[in-house]
Design a binder for this molecule. Sequence first.
Ligand code: TRP
Ligand code: SF4
Length: 328
Amino acid sequence: MAKKKRILSGMRVSGPLHLGHLVGALLNWAALQKEYECFYMIADWHGLMSEYEDPKRVPHFAREYAIDYIASGLDSERSVIFIQSDVLQHAELHLLLSTITPLGWLERCPTYKEQKEQIQDRDLNTYAFLGYPVLQAADILVYRADYVPVGDDQVPHIEIAREIARRFNHLYGTVFPEPQALLSKTPRLLGLDRRKMSKSYDNFIALADPPQTIRQKIAGMFTDPQRKRKSDPGRPQFCNVHTYYEIFAPDEAPEVAEKCRKALWGCTECKAHLAERLLEYLAPLISKRNELLANPELVTEVLKKGAQRAKEVAEATMSQVRSAIFGA
Ligand code: TRP
Ligand code: SF4
């Protein structure tokens, strides 16, 4: 049997994980475990870049991420689940890669330019923020990952990682494969108000939300703006509630559309029903979450084992990196 190709991905620790992360990334990551050797990281150092004024909550968030990862189906028997800062080799490689990364690559990076304009509530005029993609490249290259499953917003970062790998290999001899982005075809889940689902808009359902909160949030979802009265026929194609049915209860979506178009039910009823279907969909995740919350040592164990395995692989790469640069 051919050796499995290796995957690395991760999420920056900031705010709670929500349904958008679940359908946009975590379920895809879980499915990839069948075919690939997977490393799934909790990027707490990347989180620190925006949370540096309030860093004490980062470790708490990181553990919550571990709980959400596992509850979403990431399996520590098959995959390496770990916290970035447990593997110091990322920091060493980050430094070494920074020496060969031209500033222009970072200054031109579209995510850097956008975030600099958008984020006004804290000072992101830092060295680390500019270097964000270099740390991300180190995360990927230290495992010599072949593929990186990410959303399209991350593609420029993967491109920088490829360029850094190429430049390293050219200068010091080939150590790194050029990692490729693995774009998933997962649906884009909009927020409760139809804007992008984002913690800055507070328009999301967190994986940690209790059922009652989920019901309330669904009840508050925006619907077809032209449907004012229950007797007005609705337009499911312009209603986010219908999109949620398509994702979380696809068997019922056609019937929901029909009842909407023919004004056979009101939006309140439609949403209340969606909430129940969503809770059914989430039931296994919620029960796994509760089990982990009741047994925190299980999470500690997964992260300890993950860090050990990650360190082994990362250290093997680093000894090659050191001899490539400095000679044996
Ligand atoms: N930048 C990614 C995000 O915004 C997180 C991340 C950090 C990452 N290191 C990575 C993703 C390496 C893929 C590979 O969530
Ligand atoms: Fe949306 Fe349902 Fe109301 Fe139709 S009935 S507009 S699908 S919430």
